[in-house]
Design a protein around this ligand. Structure first.
Ligand SMILES: [Zn+2]
Length: 497
């Protein structure tokens, strides 16, 4: 089977070279319509792992393809190393290679000629790249802005290679720095929200101002008139992107390689520097604030799966909100949890409101305690007590019988045996009884401690004239709440000390 391989790069596409033209020319060379087409569009010839080229190679290996036709060697490869790999692969599977615009013979001489041509092609491409690079570099050195970076606040003047002030956007920039340094809209989030609300135009027509965009603007020294070029090293990024490799961002060149151009300033250096200090401070405050304090931290448990429910931060529509959840994402967690979650605010309010009600009506305490205090244990201990008394009485009776009897026919050995049995039974019962009373002692701790309650109410009454702070609330809760069990979204049990 014959394969036609065609390729256009993004640049080719811009220049109007079509992939269909290549296929037509190849078809004319083949002289039949029996062929398969493999075409890579918008992909550089410098890389080997182009999707269709890879498919072609697989189908060569499977034995489907025996002949490959291509418009010219550059379609196949723009790099000598890639060209060598491909021709080697074709030869290994006895695949004939043919070009419309190049006479190719698979003998030693033909290969050498082909390779020399490939080397020149690669050199040519590198040279063009170098020339445009140095051309740009020279221009930048002369203070020109060589590329439109879509800098907000400015318009790019292509004819003169510079930025000119865009009055509308510059007014927004001024407002942003002014309001950020006076904290008019409460930080970067507030400022971003304000810009969205007033419908301030963005560069790319977006409706929403993201805090990251606002931050980048506030950190960009270009607004003081200092525009830096040649700061980021992007060499090789294009080829990497084409071949699906990850392009590292933020590969900064050493400072001495930066090229500084002067553009019209929008913000004074003083105001800019002040904004930088505030940003730095804000970052510190944010990391400190990052540790959100949960009112019921360490107290909440899931009634379904039994996991503890620590507080977690969730992001929704760009806003933080907080929940308690039994879901454990940490590797090695004993139980992943059933996934139950409850809004922090809802649970905090529920617990606090209930405590307030209790503090104001202490006699309502029974509503808080589960009166499941095991009745069966009480019954069992009573039963054991009577059983033990019975054995004691029986033993006594038997003992008296043995000592006071004048009946010689009495089988003393039999009575002694019975006494031994009763003694064993009594011992067993006593052990059981002690176990049960021990359990009862543990259970008693679970019942509300009058001491803890009394102290908590005392603290509450002392402070109730004023609004309780977070710390005071937490302190009060911890004084009397042992655990909060979330059964479902409507049922919560509060267990007191
Ligand atoms: Zn759960």
């Amino acid at each position: 089977m014959i394969a036609i391989y065609a390729r256009v790069s993004t640049e080719d596409q811009l220049k109007g070279y079509s992939i269909e033209g290549q296929i037509e020319d190849c078809e004319r060379l083949i002289g039949t319509k029996e062929y398969l087409v493999y075409k890579d569009e918008g992909i550089t010839g410098e890389i080997i792992n182009r999707p269709e080229l890879m498919r072609l190679q697989r189908e060569i290996e499977s034995g489907l393809i025996t002949r490959v036709v291509c418009y010219d060697p550059d379609r196949l490869s723009r790099k000598l190393s890639v060209q060598l790999l491909l021709t080697e692969h074709f030869q290994k599977y006895n695949v004939e290679l043919q070009f419309v615009k190049h006479e190719y013979k698979a003998d030693a001489e033909g290969n050498l000629f082909f390779q020399v041509r490939g080397a020149f092609s690669e050199f040519d491409k590198a040279k063009i790249k170098h020339n445009t690079m140095t051309g740009r570099y020279r221009k930048a050195k002369n203070g020109l802005v060589v590329k439109n970076g879509n800098l907000y606040g400015y318009s790019y003047d292509k004819a003169n290679n510079t930025y000119v002030i865009n009055e509308k956007e510059a007014a927004i920039i001024e407002m942003m720095f002014e309001s950020y340094t006076t904290n008019r809209f409460k930080g970067i989030n507030g400022l971003a929200n304000h810009l969205t609300e007033i419908g301030a135009p963005t560069k790319k027509g977006a409706k929403v101002w993201h805090r990251q965009v606002v931050r980048q603007i506030l950190m960009n020294e270009a607004y003081t008139g200092t525009y830096i070029q040649n700061r980021w090293d992007t060499v090789g990024d294009y080829v990497k992107r084409q071949s699906g490799e990850k392009v590292e961002r933020g590969k900064m060149r050493p400072e001495e390689e930066w090229i500084i151009s002067n553009i019209p300033a929008i913000i004074s250096k003083e105001q800019f520097d002040y904004a930088q200090q505030l940003l730095e401070q804000g970052k510190r405050r944010h990391t400190k604030l990052g540790k959100h304090n949960y009112l019921l931290s360490g107290l909440v448990r899931c009634g379904q799966c039994g996991n503890t429910m620590p507080g977690k931060r969730r992001l929704s529509h760009g806003k933080d909100y907080f929940i308690y959840t039994c879901q454990k994402n940490t590797a090695g967690a004993k139980s992943k949890g059933c996934g139950k979650q409850m809004s922090e605010n809802k649970l905090n309010t529920f617990v606090w409101d209930n405590l307030l009600e209790f503090f104001n009506n202490p006699d309502k305490i029974n509503e808080f305690t589960d009166d499941e205090t095991p009745k069966y244990i009480e019954d069992e201990t009573k039963h054991l007590e009577t059983e033990i008394q019975k054995t004691k009485k029986g033993r006594k009776r038997l003992f008296q019988l043995v000592t006071s009897s004048e009946d010689d026919d009495l089988d003393l050995e039999e009575i002694k045996e019975e006494i031994r049995n009763l003694q064993l039974k009594e011992k067993e019962l006593t052990i059981k009884y002690n176990q049960l009373t021990d359990e009862l002692k543990v259970d008693k701790i679970k019942e509300p401690s009058q001491l803890a309650l009394g102290k908590a109410i005392e603290v509450y009454l002392e402070n109730r004239t004023q609004e309780f702070s977070f710390e005071e609330k937490q302190h009060l809760i911890r004084m009397i709440v042992k655990e909060v069990t979330v059964v479902d979204s409507e049922t919560v049990n509060i267990q007191l000390f």
